[in-house]
Design a protein around this ligand. Structure first.
Ligand code: DGT
Ligand code: CA
Ligand code: CA
Ligand code: ZN
Length: 589
């Protein structure tokens, strides 16, 4: 394939978005859940791939695409079509058959494809705005199965939708921004380029992508930026700033500054706004002025720094404050007093304590999980499949769990370079009890417990259930403690103070689930948990071997929560972890 065709090839994120849209359109059209689910799963798989589909296709054509777990023949053919033509005929056909705005309506909590079809067929409603208008004016209550109450619920759902959908997930923005920065760095006129804004601070969601560059030839750099294959349209262009919209619909702002101003500009555009305001107030007290152009001694306005961020902070007598901490939540005071946390990094992680296999609802075999973990340099990985009280996720019966423990023992023989821990993700029932009897739980290496049902329960009940599991001597980790799914589901009404207190007292770890739409516990809660003396497990909950790499999103979130390696049990080497788990050496070895 000629080079020019290559660069305009569709990205993984664009292909995933197209497949997801197919699934959603089929759902509205009333297709079987099986077909719909196949597209959804393929999209999820593609989003978690660390390699470009284009590269995989170049190496092994259609066959290679099909060998990616979760991608069947017809999906692989659609991917091939998108890679080679940049289009998907099937999606275009589906779009023709239904208005596109119907698809976004699926994302309103409480509004499913059946209702969308009803509103469309009966009232011609095609958009969220039209739906909102109809609900406000009592226009829906006469329809079959609808009432004034359901109109009220729809309005609530629309409010929740707006709250969640103004921002995009870090994991959707980061790979794209990394590519853009990588491309810019290859430009001969470019000196430096970095992500800035909330993306550089690794916030869980991103408003827009900010990129900063330095060059003596800003026009050339902006021209190159605007002609990147990811760019769909240029929104605005000035002397030093260009804003574009990508084909995936994200806004990217590029600013190009002079090299001697780069540090001051990077500091300014990294933010947060609150951090910047506080820093600038502090500067005034030192008779300094900090702006995006540099640091100036007042009143003479003599420029004293600006080329690097270190320099900017040093003029205030501060060490460089890591971008992840710049939220004005005490980091400036901590820096001044020399007590910034020693943040943990991905290299500190020794293993993953929450991974699923094809024994329950996930793709990989135990062996594939082991190999992926070895690839990441881990010392251990825990297989913690679902348990039988969650049949929809293929939960293991007691007998299946025993069989799996044997299979894990065999895999440990096969892979001496890593220890595969036998675990389980048990379900916390309404009374705080979990699957399996004590004898079986005691034979595992590690037990994690999750709330998987009853999300709508009141605060007292959901808190009591969780604390019940925390108090269980056979449970070491509580998974995704607030149950939120970014953009989809609010956290449940749980009393985290009470949970933290119980977890500290019973030495039960709470999970930081690294799945990009969970990140649960979130940054602020991690910090509170740490203050309460709670240990954290940074797990991925991977359902695909590639997803073990999501640990990176967990680690940056942990950094935002001021966590240090000692706070996180899976930074411990195996023996120390075993000591913490308190189970001694175990039968799986
Ligand atoms: P986002 O895009 O909503 O996820 O959040 P940010 O933090 O990326 O915010 P954005 O894109 O509006 O602006 C990028 C950075 O520019 C921000 O983090 C700090 C800086 N900035 C923006 N507005 C102001 C301001 O009014 N004052 C100061 N000191 N800095 C600002
Ligand atoms: Ca931004
Ligand atoms: Ca911006
Ligand atoms: Zn799980």
């Amino acid at each position: 394939m000629p080079e020019s065709d290559r660069v305009t090839r569709m990205e993984n994120s664009e292909i995933a978005a197209a497949l997801l849209e197919i699934g959603e359109l089929l759902e509205i059209a009333g297709e079987s859940v099986f077909r719909v689910g196949a597209y959804e799963r393929a999209a999820i798989t593609i989003r978690s791939l660390s390699r470009d589909l284009g590269d995989i296709y170049d190496e092994g054509s259609l066959k290679a695409l099909q060998s990616i777990g979760g991608i069947g023949k017809s999906t692989a053919e659609k991917i091939e079509e998108m890679l080679t033509t940049g289009r998907c005929g099937y999606l275009e056909e589906l779009r023709q058959s239904l208005p596109a705005s119907l698809v976004t309506m699926i994302q309103i909590p409480g509004v499913g494809p059946k209702k969308i079809k009803l509103f469309y067929d009966e009232l011609g409603i095609e958009s969220i705005d039209q739906l909102e208008e109809a609900a406000k004016t009592g226009g829906l209550r006469e329809l079959k199965g609808m009432s004034a109450k359901s109109e009220e619920n729809i309005l609530k759902g629309i409010a929740a939708y707006h709250e969640h959908h103004e921002r995009i997930l870090l994991s959707d923005a980061y790979p794209l921004a990394a590519k853009i920065v990588g491309e810019l760095r290859r430009h001969p006129a470019l000196e430096q380029a970095d992500m800035a804004g909330s993306l550089r601070r690794f916030r869980e969601t991103i408003g827009d992508i900010d990129v900063l560059a330095s060059s003596a030839a800003p026009e050339e750099v902006m021209d190159a930026f605007e002609s990147l294959p990811q760019v769909a349209e240029v929104i605005a262009r000035g002397a030093t700033k260009s804003s574009v919209r990508t084909r995936a619909g994200l806004q990217v702002d590029l600013r190009v500054v002079a090299p001697h101003e780069y540090g001051a500009a990077l500091q300014y555009f990294t933010g947060s706004k609150a951090h910047n305001i506080h820093l600038r107030e502090l500067a005034r007290k030192h008779d300094l002025k900090i702006s995006e152009y540099g640091v100036f001694q007042m009143p003479a306005e003599k420029r004293i720094a600006g080329a690097t961020e270190e320099e900017v902070y040093a003029t205030l007598g501060l060490p460089l404050i890591p971008a992840v901490l710049r939220e004005d939540t005490g980091e400036i005071e901590a820096a001044a007093e020399g007590r910034l946390p020693k943040l943990l990094g991905v290299d500190d992680i020794c293993g993953d304590l929450h991974v699923h296999t094809n024994w329950s609802d996930a793709m990989p075999t135990i062996e594939q999980v082991a190999e992926a973990a070895i690839e990441l340099g881990y010392a251990y990985v825990a297989i913690s499949d679902h348990a039988f009280k969650l049949p929809v996720a293929g939960g293991l019966t007691p007998q299946q769990l025993e069989e799996q423990m044997d299979a894990i023992a065999a895999a440990n023989e096969k892979y001496p370079e890593i220890t595969i821990l036998a675990g389980s993700e048990v379900n916390i029932d309404n009374d705080g009890n979990v699957d399996f009897d004590e004898e079986l739980l005691a034979r595992l290496d590690v037990v994690a417990a999750s709330v998987h049902a009853g999300f709508g329960q009141d605060r007292a009940q959901i808190t009591a259930r969780t604390i019940g599991a925390i108090e269980n001597p056979h449970v070491e980790i509580i998974c995704h403690p607030t149950g939120r799914i970014l953009g989809k589901r609010d956290p449940f009404a749980i009393d985290l103070d009470a949970v933290f207190k119980a977890a500290a007292e019973h030495n039960t770890a709470l999970e930081l689930n690294s799945f990009p739409d969970r990140l649960d516990l979130k940054d602020d809660y991690l910090r509170e948990a740490k203050r309460a003396g709670v240990k954290i497990a940074i797990n991925t909950d991977a359902h695909h071997a590639e997803q073990l790499r999501f640990v990176e999103y967990g680690v940056v979130t942990a950094q935002r929560g001021w966590l240090e390696a000692e706070d996180v049990i899976n930074t411990y080497p195996l023996e120390k972890l075993r000591g913490w788990l308190g189970r001694g050496s175990t039968p799986s070895l």
